[in-house]
Design a protein around this ligand. Structure first.
Ligand code: NAD
Length: 263
């Protein structure tokens, strides 16, 4: 049995991943941590009836009491580093879906993992289709150097652009053979309308209710357009990737990034 501490358990992803874990036979929920809904029963929050796992607010105390094998973190960008420092201090492995980790954060975590021996797995997107989109987009960028990324998420998402769009753009830039000539001189009559500049391209973020996660990469060339699009229609799309990481984390070493590393 893989004993999972779910951090951010009362959030949208925390609940969806808890339901997924409860449906598996080789994993169980050791503890549920969140700063909201403290004292509520996780099963009831998930609409599954009483489970006997109460949401608790103190991560370090929950780790010491429940002795999990791994922390699954789907909290908020502002909290994830502190959560990981706590898990590392307790020698606890972590699977992280929370976005917003900077390059400096990742460097700190890599150093910390080496010292503690507790591995951390981070993926900006746990949906297999999104990982394949990143792979296909990097391949296409070798031949089609003019492209931009559109990402659409729900209006409550705390950060923009999405972590996935940044990783996608980095992967494409690494493969692009020619520089983009782009449209850098376009005068913006509405500030920001050309999106954010990143990795030699542009990323456009839209936030709308009803959306889970959509990413589209558009490539333009004389006389043709190639569009690669992935859409997560429900949070179920993330669970197979999360389950894979929970099963493999015990055999990983150090900081490992990206679901493609586990496929
Ligand atoms: P949400 O706002 O619904 O849930 C976040 C939860 O974290 C809330 O319940 C909040 O109370 C809790 N929280 C905040 N600070 C905390 C702290 N210090 N300790 C414990 N809990 C805390 O958000 P969500 O839609 O569930 O998304 C969570 C994160 O996962 C976001 O960063 C989002 O971008 C990311 N995400 C990643 C993937 C992926 O595949 N990697 C997929 C979807 C969402």
């Amino acid at each position: 049995m893989i004993r999972v501490l779910v951090n951010g358990a009362a959030g949208k992803m925390g609940k969806a991943m808890s339901i997924g874990i409860l449906n598996e036979t080789d994993m169980e929920i050791a503890a549920a941590v969140d700063r909201n809904c403290v004292g509520a029963d996780l099963g009831e929050l998930c609409g599954l009836g009483h489970l006997g796992v109460a949401v608790e607010p103190d991560l370090a105390a929950a780790i010491r009491r429940s002795k999990p094998d791994v922390m699954l973190d789907f909290t908020v960008p502002a909290a994830v580093m502190e959560n990981l420092r706590t898990a590392q201090a307790e020698g606890l492995a972590a699977v992280v879906g929370t976005t917003g980790l900077t390059k400096e954060n990742l460097a700190e975590l890599a150093g910390s993992c080496e010292k503690t021996g507790a591995p951390i797995f981070v993926a900006s997107n746990f949906a297999l289709g999104a990982v394949l989109l990143m792979r296909f987009a990097a391949e296409a960028a070798r031949y089609l150097p003019e492209y931009e990324v559109l990402e659409i998420h729900n209006e409550k998402k705390a950060d923009a652009p999405s972590g996935t769009s940044l990783v996608t753009l980095e992967g494409m830039e690494a493969q692009r053979q020619a520089d983009s000539v782009g449209a850098a001189n376009t005068k913006e009559t509405v500030p920001g309308c050309r999106g954010g500049a990143y990795a030699g391209s542009r990323v456009h973020s839209m936030r709308l209710p009803g959306v889970v996660a959509i990413q589209e990469v558009l490539f333009g060339a004389p006389g043709q357009i190639l569009s690669l699009r992935h859409e997560s229609t429900s949070r179920e799309s993330f669970f197979p990737g999360v389950a894979l990481a929970l099963r493999k984390i015990g055999r990983l070493q150090g900081l490992v990034q990206g679901l493609d590393q586990l496929l």
